[in-house]
Design a protein around this ligand. Sequence first.
Ligand SMILES: [Zn+2]
Length: 329
Amino acid sequence: MTSPAQEGLAVGIDLGGTQVRAALVDGSGQVLARAAQRTDAVGGPYAVLQQIQQLVAETTQGMAYRDLRGVGVSAPGPLDAQAGVILGIPTLAGWVDVPLVAWLQQALGLPVTLENDGIAAAIGEWRFGAGRGLSDFVYVTVSTGIGGGVIADGRVLRGRGQLAGHIGHMTIAPDGAVCSCGNPGCWEAQASGTALGQIARQRAASTPGSLLAAYGETLSAREVMAAARTGDTLALELVEHEAHLLGIGIVNLLHLYSPQTVVVGGGVAQGFDLLQPGIDQHVRTRALPPFRCVPVVAAQLGQNSGLVGAASLVLAQEAHRPLAHALPA
Ligand SMILES: [Zn+2]
């Protein structure tokens, strides 16, 4: 292990469907500066490339670039991390077979790495958060969809084509709601923040006495969690249902990967304290006896897991090539 000072600094980029976020991160996983822009979802890859350039310049403003090791990008897939190519992002126009790493390296004059967003967040939690020191854990992100990453036997589980760990697409209800992938009953289609919002809107429309009824079509998972904290009956029922669905998926993950811990992040995890009793109840009753003691905990880096994980991929690379030139404005 090298010291944080030797490891230098890197910029992590989290390319999402609604926001592109950037953070300057040091070798101990601390975020030193951050910036964000609304993702140009219709302008095509080149417009987003320019956004990334601006964000890198913004987060490194005023610093000497001697110690800047490079830029790590976390992006939704499918993507080929080794080749540095994004194969497709369904929510962003024109993102098919985009050689993002080659483009960015040329534009920035810095080493660039690319990683699947679920795996990048898993690596962030592994190195600096709730998975620190563990050889086996599963990271689950519950937000617009459900994604994650698996650390097994002390390394990132990648699988054929680096496609392992698409945990949101395991079927938990054969006749359930249809997923964005086309299959009925994927975990993501049942238990993501999006799914929770949809169920809440249906239930609230027929429950005029609930606090949730006032939100109409704007009702989302966030309001469900807030109303549950005030003791709203419908909101508490919805939280219990969500914990039930998350518990089913998490028990599957315990049986598949035998992790030491399951770490839950993403937007819905902001209500993790409300969900945890229901999830734990499922683990204690549904899991095979040897798996019942495995803790399910909240991510420690919050919304930064992916940013820190992406940056740490650059910092962990062996070759330290200081780059003295300035970044483009
Ligand atoms: Zn699916």
